[in-house]
Design a protein around this ligand. Structure first.
Ligand code: NAG
Ligand code: NAG
Ligand code: NAG
Ligand code: NAG
Ligand code: NAG
Ligand code: NAG
Ligand code: NAG
Ligand code: NAG
Length: 835
């Protein structure tokens, strides 16, 4: 062999190696060799950003595109994702008859060649040799006509789980191609079609929605003129170019980075999370995840169901509230933080040409727009409102395009689903249709209110009316004054005959130093209490009732007379009353030892009360309540049982005070329902707090809370360090389930071991009293029997977790109410339910 032939052979070998390893070509045609799995050949784009070839486990071979230079083979597209080749026989070439790009495999048994995947275009080239496949530097794989450069097929039209810069999602109405992302089955090794998809949904105002199967899991929302409404942080970001086209040709979304030196990809991962990754010069840890969605609880589609509003700004609070004019369909579930039943319009609202209007909710992702009506982009917001008012089925409206102050009109006619609040200045204004009364309520609030011209007129008319009324009233009052005082004398005389002592106002003024602040013992929902001393030395407590009882003089007197007859050693004794013009006062025996809360919630004072004493107190309270519920001639529901309403006499015997108050002040007599909720947070049963339903079982609930407080020395509303629960009941329930309930018992009670069994029993009884369902709670007589006897107790059901939040359904999301809860802890409050 001469030197020349030797050199030729070496040269040929080198050429072979170069062809084998260096794959500089970015096109496949009939003339080029196919891309063969067995050869390890890859197709590389001209700028060497992307490569196309075979990847996967030896028995699961796929054709895909990945970043050529970035280590770790990040696959961005897969051809045969659901149809892997089980050996290395696969090859990719242009089909000689149709001109399509086809992936073949060869059967080992009979050597026949089969199609695994194909671009499947009917309009490929003739002759087929004119067709070439080309991998572009954008990551797009083209099948194109080599002569006229017409693109027949492109991989960007058939995305898998990754969206690259400048790739459109959405529908091409001319070709019917719908481009959407679908997750892999497994991020590690199975690119097969997974359960999640992210797509543009036409209809109404088109939206981008992430689905799990057929069920929406997150909504990027509709295009609001500057961005997708559910992704306010992505709109107008310097890094990205975003755009939306909705015309006769297509409904599509464009997305890309403006800086070409940055590589970006949006991935729908296997767990249904969208992630944006960036790769840039100097990126040390490789791909940097810059964004992901869904993230918080409010991102979950329909988190708060129909007519709910999700606001996750306060992590401690339930994130769901009802939109203005709506209330929870199932208040009990709602209180358990279960929003599945959503909200319904408050009963009795009339929203059809009865003076209704709109309340503005700011900074929201507007509800699902799949069934909305969109009206011409030039319509003003005012015209939009008019349009909504015209149709009684219209529940809300918003501006369709919020760029440049807002134009266009979206009208909702049915359920408002998946509305969420954004904390920052993102989102847009949504106008909710409410009835006249609700409108008036919001009119009183400075923020978030849409004050229409109509409302202003109403306001002026009202002011004028009020002015004239006052003038007239003053005149009438002066005329009446004389008549009144003579009538009062007559009343005084008839009162002498009843058994109840009537006190003279002057007597009480003297006794209390003219109701001086130094004599004030406390303040409750019904008025203030003063200490006094009569001329004969007897100490009294004077309750000066607030003036808005809504009750006439005669009825009040009758009521007091009846209640004064109630006598029980565990009820504070009513000594008499005083009525003078608008003043109404009740005079009680004075108890020197203050109230139960003064002792049990104080670290040093509660040591005066050992278990024996506390048990006696519990029994005493229970007997007092039982007397009110069934032993007296009247059935009285206390409605405001709490530690501060249990007074202690000199021998530390409990005496319930304020009984009969609810009766005197209740608008309706003792029956199921009231609009006026009187009570104290932390002690109110869920059905009473939420629906105004009360019965003897609401008192049983309050008793249960009180019992648990006496045992633990803790307030129900107080937070327990390290507890995941907002209140004592929840905490005790958790310990109870874990069999560790004695952990929470006031340590000074655990001294004699013999007491532990009785304490456990009392906690058990307490838990029976605070059960969620009123019917499950025992009656007061059953409670006394359980306390006194050794019977087997039924296991308690889940208690009601009454959370420390305002119960009136105020959905004006623009005013924060986080500060209110704390101040409501210990004072008695009176809520007028908004109707
Ligand atoms: C060749 O073998 C494959 C199975 O490997 C079979 O599916 C196919 O029908 C066979 N083709 C012919 C022509 O026998
Ligand atoms: C190609 O088209 C045929 C018939 O229209 C279809 O059965 C096949 O699944 C298609 N293949 C691909 C890879 O889309
Ligand atoms: C997809 O959903 C099916 C049925 O719900 C489930 O069995 C399967 O595990 C899910 N797959 C993935 C990758 O989550
Ligand atoms: C929104 O309004 C702006 C400014 O008026 C306009 O340029 C834009 O095209 C509008 N967008 C849509 C989707 O109507
Ligand atoms: C999907 O993305 C989320 C958010 O980045 C991440 O927590 C999760 O682990 C990812 N899932 C998988 C399977 O990679
Ligand atoms: C839209 O209307 C359809 C048909 O009435 C209904 O099934 C769907 O739940 C509605 N979507 C929303 C978000 O209300
Ligand atoms: C309002 O809704 C009801 C029931 O869905 C329907 O029968 C009625 O035609 C609707 N009215 C208008 C004006 O759309
Ligand atoms: C509206 O929501 C309620 C409760 O979520 C549901 O029962 C009803 O089917 C919904 N109506 C429509 C039209 O989606």
């Amino acid at each position: 062999m001469n030197y020349f032939t030797h050199a030729m052979i070496h040269y040929a070998l080198l050429l072979f190696l170069i062809f084998r390893l260096c794959t500089c070509l970015d096109t496949i045609s009939i003339k080029t060799n196919p891309i063969r799995d067995i050869d390890n050949t890859v197709l590389v784009s001209s700028g060497e950003t992307f490569a196309l070839g075979f990847f996967g486990e030896p028995n699961f071979r796929y054709v895909g595109i990945w970043y050529h230079k970035i280590p770790g083979q990040t696959v961005v597209w897969v051809a045969n994702r659901d149809n892997p080749i089980t050996d290395s026989s696969g090859f990719l070439s242009i089909d000689t008859t149709s001109g399509n790009l086809v992936l073949y495999k060869t059967s080992r048994i009979n050597q026949t060649v089969e199609v695994v995947w194909s671009t499947n275009s009917s309009s490929a080239c003739s002759p087929a040799s004119d067709c070439v496949a080309q991998l572009l530097d954008s990551g797009n794989l083209f099948l194109l006509h080599n002569i006229n450069k017409h693109v027949i097929w492109q991989s960007f039209d058939y995305p898998t789980n990754t969206r690259l810069s400048n790739m459109k999602l959405g529908i091409d109405l001319r070709t019917g191609v719908n481009r959407f992302l679908t997750s892999w089955k497994s991020d590690q090794d199975d690119p097969g079609t997974g359960n999640y998809s992210y797509r543009i949904v036409p209809g109404g105002s088109p939206q981008l929605i992430l689905y799990k199967g057929q069920i929406p899991s997150w909504r990027a929302g509709h295009w609001n003129g500057i961005g997708w409404s559910g992704i306010p942080d992505m709109a107008g970001k310097f890094l990205f170019n975003v755009g939306f086209v909705n015309d006769n040709n297509e409904i599509s979304d464009m997305w890309g980075v403006s800086d070409l030196s940055i590589l970006s990809r949006l991935v729908l991962n296997e767990s249904g999370v969208l992630q944006i990754f960036l790769w840039y010069k100097g990126a040390e840890r490789g791909w940097n995840e810059m964004w992901s969605a869904p993230t918080d609880r409010c991102d979950q589609y329909g988190r708060c169901s129909a007519f709910g509003l999700c606001d996750s700004s306060n992590a401690a609070r339930f994130e769901c509230i009802c939109l203005p004019g709506y209330e929870p369909r199932s208040p009990t579930q709602w209180h358990m933080r279960d929003a599945n039943h959503g909200c319904v319009r408050k009963p009795g609202s009339s929203i059809c040409s009865k003076g209704e209007g709109f309340v503005k909710v700011t900074n929201v992702k507007v509800p699902d727009t799949s069934n909305v009506t969109v009206i011409s982009s030039s319509l003003s917001l005012k015209a939009c409102k008019k349009e909504c008012l015209r149709n009684c089925n219209c529940t809300a409206y918003a501006s369709a395009n919020i760029s440049k102050g807002g134009s266009g009109c979206i009208l909702w006619h049915g359920n408002l689903t998946d509305t969420r609040k954004f904390t920052s200045d993102g989102g847009q204004d949504l106008y909710i249709r409410v009835d006249e009364q609700e409108l008036a309520q919001y009119a009183k609030k400075p923020n978030g209110m849409l004050a229409s011209k109509r409302n202003r007129i109403i306001l002026v008319v009202s002011c004028v009316t009020i002015f004239f009324s006052i003038t007239f009233f003053a005149y009438w009052f002066c005329k009446r004054k004389r008549k009144e005082s003579s009538k009062e004398k007559k009343l005084d005389e008839s009162e002498r005959h009843s058994d109840l002592p009537f006190f003279d106002l002057r007597t009480l003024i003297t006794a209390t130093d003219n109701f001086s602040a130094t004599k004030k013992l406390g303040q409750g929902g019904f008025g203030s209490v003063y200490k006094g001393q009569l001329v004969n030395g007897q100490e009294i407590a004077v309750k000066r009732l607030s003036k808005h009882s809504g009750q006439g003089m005669e009825e009040f007197k009758n009521e007091v007379t009846v209640i004064a007859k109630l006598q029980h050693r565990n009820l504070v004794r009513l000594l008499g009353c005083c009525i003078h013009k608008e003043e109404k006062m009740l005079i009680y025996e004075y108890l020197p030892n203050k109230s139960l809360d003064y002792f049990i919630f104080d670290a040093s004072r509660r040591s005066h009360l050992d278990w024996t004493k506390r048990f006696e107190i519990v029994i005493g309270i229970a007997r007092g309540i039982l007397y009110l519920h069934q032993d007296s001639r009247l059935k009285i529901i206390h409605r405001d049982l709490k530690a501060s309403n249990v007074l202690l006499d000199s021998a530390m015997n409990p005496k319930i005070s304020d009984f009969g108050m609810a009766r005197m002040f209740g608008e309706d007599q003792i029956q199921e329902n009231t609009k006026r909720v009187v009570g104290t947070y932390g002690y109110m049963s869920p059905e009473y707090a939420m629906q105004g339903l009360y019965s003897t079982k609401s008192d049983v609930f309050s008793f249960g809370v009180l019992l648990l407080e006496i045992i633990t020395g803790r307030k129900n509303t107080g937070y327990i360090n390290g507890s995941p629960f907002p209140n004592l009941i929840g905490h005790i329930w958790e310990l109870w389930k874990g069999g560790r309930v004695l952990d929470i018992v006031d340590p000074i009670l655990c001294q004699p071991f013999s007491a532990q069994e009785e304490i456990s029993k009392c906690i058990h009884i307490g838990l029976l009293c605070v059960q969620e369902g009123a019917t499950h709670r025992p009656t007061m007589s059953a409670v006394i029997s359980m306390l006194a006897n050794d019977t087997t107790l039924p296991p308690p059901n889940t208690p009601a977790f009454i959370f420390n939040q305002k119960t009136s359904h105020n959905a004006d999301a623009s005013t924060s109410r986080s500060g209110e809860a704390a101040s409501l802890n210990s004072v008695t409050i009176t809520t007028l339910e908004a109707r």
